[in-house]
Design a protein around this ligand. Structure first.
Ligand SMILES: Cc1cc2nc3c(=O)[nH]c(=O)nc-3n(C[C@H](O)[C@H](O)[C@H](O)COP(=O)(O)OP(=O)(O)OC[C@H]3O[C@@H](n4cnc5c(N)ncnc54)[C@H](O)[C@@H]3O)c2cc1C
Length: 710
């Protein structure tokens, strides 16, 4: 039975809604999880119907819950664990994620004040031990990062669990509460679910219905176990790399599996922190010596917090071989002396994959995969969490307009057509970065691909003939022969082999061929080719597309091309009280509501287009603001601005360019006749030049219909 909301929509007889009805019926019939019992909405379902249910309270699920809550969309989060993970995992927050966080009630500023000073993490250091010789050191910050040329905010370095804690505080301020299923809690089955992060709730099955999805959660509080069924319109799978929901809906991952297995050791040592702080501060330390090899991530030198990544070769090596005592020994071998204050907090095995889900939406767009549930990359380059955060920034406004019955469900599909290619591109980049990271051990005569091939050969060939403990001895024997390449005897300036290898290393570092930290072209320059936008067609390729020149570069080049992120430039509102009061063009897009932004120059033809689009947006119930960019020093226009052209509209802002040497329109590859429509996620939906628009009314209809999937 369709819900009352859907019935009333269908009664309106609108073409769109009858299409929606057909889509729903077809999808319910086609979906393998549909049972007739599930159609009977309400049976065994606790609590009222929720618009959005998010499964997984990792950083990605929490950011989405914050965006939706700010937009006024009711949602709840289910989390299987009873407490939030303390394993640091991600730590590098890229530029685009920081821009998104900047709009989340000052989260970016809090990250900046919680992270260690940048001089303590801007370098990657390659050494024979943490106290031994330095093979190379690479600084990953450029002067323009601090000058904020391309973005109003910088990249950051903060452990994932600290970021989650900051997010939880922000969510609490928005009225979202963490609920632990504890006998003392006054939970009533019918009490509202929205604005709750329900801990100890593990999603175990789902059933799509006509109206959405019924989710079954196993609820545990450490002692008791019960089951709860919840009903939602849209189910978001943010349940991580081993997503249960992805498995339940039968979505396959495509790509390369098991690139490398590692053991991750989270430990504290103030002695090590102080030593590195004084002698060689950095973010990543790649240590290669005869006794051990590992990558140390300095999460916070001043707090002595580290994670060590050690290559791991099961089944010859067991997880049990990595006891806290064994890990302490490895740490000492990497440090070069026995630390007295090591406190191992957690030891976790993990496998590196390079995979993207074949589909991001299933069950008539009711089940949506985001974050690691949709893609899992090698951490080289730090794209995992960042890509997930950008996924939910993309989907949040689409969910809003779909649930408000302004957009059709096809707007949700554009999430897949926009984000999946980005995940594929970031996967390829992360694999390339992983290979670049391997160039250093290779130059040292330690080819990791050989280690992996030997391991594979033992597993597939020798494994069937020789006993397991002997396999382990063979593997360790081969590894120690490999590590002998790192002995002082080989790696010294008198040994010709050592000289050759050290020279090769120098070249790798000088030419930027080792692992890099920043990828501005991917971080800020990613561009959606198709989706909720009007792509440039062959007729309008007269716009220069510098970013699309096919040049392989890490450089970010601002552009006004549809699908790109709106370029950043400082502008001054006409209402500014002082000359210092400037805004980034990104600030013109609201962070609190899903509002579109139309950017024009103060020209008659552009004002006409603005008035038409404002009228059309109001008719469709789309939030829209207009920004008029005036040339630098438009002092004479300051008192009246665009009033005469745009009254009685109030939702417009007049700003002027701050720099006389660079025009906004030139930066966007347009002339001042340019018109840009920007989506609530700060990506450009449409661009034109006002003198190219013959019929503004039909153009406005066409553009808004395309963007909203009508
Ligand atoms: C060593 C390492 C370093 C990394 N460094 C970086 C970095 O610097 N930058 C970066 O961007 N990324 C990095 N990553 C990747 C990053 O950690 C992940 O991409 C990120 O955790 C993904 O967030 P998520 O919210 O999608 O999933 P997760 O963080 O995995 O969260 C998923 C949540 O869902 C819960 N859950 C799972 N199943 C269920 C269920 N059935 N019901 C209810 N809840 C469930 C889990 O308990 C978990 O809390 C790194 C990863 C590793 C391993």
């Amino acid at each position: 039975m369709p819900s009352m909301a859907i019935v009333s929509r269908l009664r309106r007889g609108d073409l769109f809604f009858s299409r929606l009805r057909r889509q729903l019926a077809a999808a319910v019939a086609a979906c393998p999880f549909t049972s007739s019992a599930a159609h009977d909405a309400g049976t065994g379902v606790s609590g009222p119907h929720l618009p959005v249910l998010i499964v997984g309270a990792g950083p990605v699920g929490l950011v989405l819950s914050m965006l939706l809550t700010k937009f006024g969309i009711k949602c709840a989060v289910l989390e299987k664990s009873l407490s939030f993970s303390r394993h640091p995992q991600a730590h590098f927050i890229n530029n685009r994620s920081m821009e998104i966080f900047r709009k989340l009630d000052g989260l970016a500023e809090e990250i900046e004040s919680s992270q260690p000073p940048v001089d303590l993490w801007r370098k990657f250091i390659y050494c024979t031990s943490l106290s031994g010789s330095i093979l190379g050191s690479v600084d990953h910050m450029q002067p323009e990062d601090f000058e904020k040329v391309n973005s109003p905010v910088c990249v950051a370095h903060l452990s994932q669990y600290k970021l989650v804690n900051l997010l939880l505080k922000k969510l609490e301020k928005l009225g979202m509460h963490v609920y632990r299923h504890d006998p003392s809690d006054d939970w009533e089955p019918d009490s509202p679910l929205e604005k709750r992060i329900l801990m100890g709730h593990e999603c175990t099955s789902i059933q799509p219905t006509n109206e959405g999805v019924i989710v079954t959660a196993r609820v545990h509080n450490g002692t008791t176990l019960e089951e709860r069924r919840l009903h939602c319109s849209i189910l978001i799978a943010s349940d991580g790399a081993r997503s249960t929901i992805r498995r339940l809906v039968g979505v396959e991952m495509k790509g390369e599996r098991g690139l490398q297995e590692l053991i991750s050791v989270h430990f504290m040592s103030m002695d090590l922190g102080n030593f590195l702080l004084k002698n060689r501060p950095g973010m990543l330390f790649f240590v290669f010596n005869q006794d051990a090899i590992g990558v140390l991530v300095a999460h916070h030198l001043e707090q002595g917090e580290f994670v060590l990544q050690i290559p791991y070769y099961p089944p010859q090596q067991n997880y049990q071989d990595f006891s806290p005592q064994a890990c302490e020994k490895i740490i000492s071998k990497l440090v070069g002396w026995a630390l007295q204050d090591v406190q191992v907090l957690d030891i976790k095995p993990w496998v590196m994959h390079a995979e993207v889900a074949e589909k991001y939406l299933t069950c008539n767009n009711r089940v949506i995969l985001v974050g690691d549930a949709a893609h899992r990359f090698p951490p080289a380059g730090g794209f995992g969490m960042n890509t997930g955060i950008q996924d939910v920034h993309n989907i949040a406004w689409k969910i809003f307009y779909f649930l408000k019955e302004v957009a059709s469900s096809s707007v949700l599909q554009t999430y897949e057509s926009e984000r999946r290619p980005i995940a594929i591109s970031n996967t390829n980049l992360s694999v390339e970065n992983f290979k670049a990271a391997m160039s250093v051990p290779s130059a040292l005569g330690l080819d990791p691909t050989v280690a992996n091939s030997v391991h594979r050969a033992i597993n597939t060939g020798l494994g069937s003939i020789i006993p397991k403990n002997m396999q382990k001895a063979v593997l360790e024997g081969i590894f120690s022969v490999g590590r002998a390449q790192l002995s002082d005897y080989v790696l010294n300036e008198k040994n010709p082999v050592g000289v050759m290898r050290l020279e090769k290393l120098k070249r790798i570092f000088a030419e930027g061929k080792s692992l890099q930290l920043q990828f501005p072209a991917h971080d800020l320059g990613f561009c959606y080719k198709e989706g909720a936008l009007v792509a440039d067609t062959s007729e309008n390729t007269q716009y220069c597309n510098r970013a699309g020149s096919g040049r392989v570069s890490r450089e970010y080049i601002p552009t006004g091309r549809p699908g790109s992120r709106l370029p950043h430039m400082h502008v001054k509102p006409f209402t500014a009280a002082s000359t210092e009061e400037t805004l980034s063009t990104l600030d013109l897009v609201s962070g609190d509501k899903p509002e579109f932004l139309l950017i024009i120059a103060p020209l008659k033809a552009s004002y006409h287009i603005a008035r038409v689009i404002l009228t059309k947006a109001e008719e469709l119930r789309v939030l829209l603001k207009v920004c008029i960019v005036w040339p630098h020093c438009s002092c004479q226009s300051r008192s009246t601005g665009s009033r005469a052209e745009l009254e009685p509209w109030k939702n417009y802002i007049d700003v002027e360019e701050c720099k006389k040497d660079r025009s906004w329109w030139d930066m966007c590859c347009l002339t001042n006749k340019g018109v840009l429509l920007v989506r609530p996620d700060e990506h450009i939906a449409w661009r034109t030049e006002s003198d190219r628009v013959a019929d503004a009314v039909s153009e406005a209809e066409k553009v808004l219909s395309r963007v909203l999937g009508l």
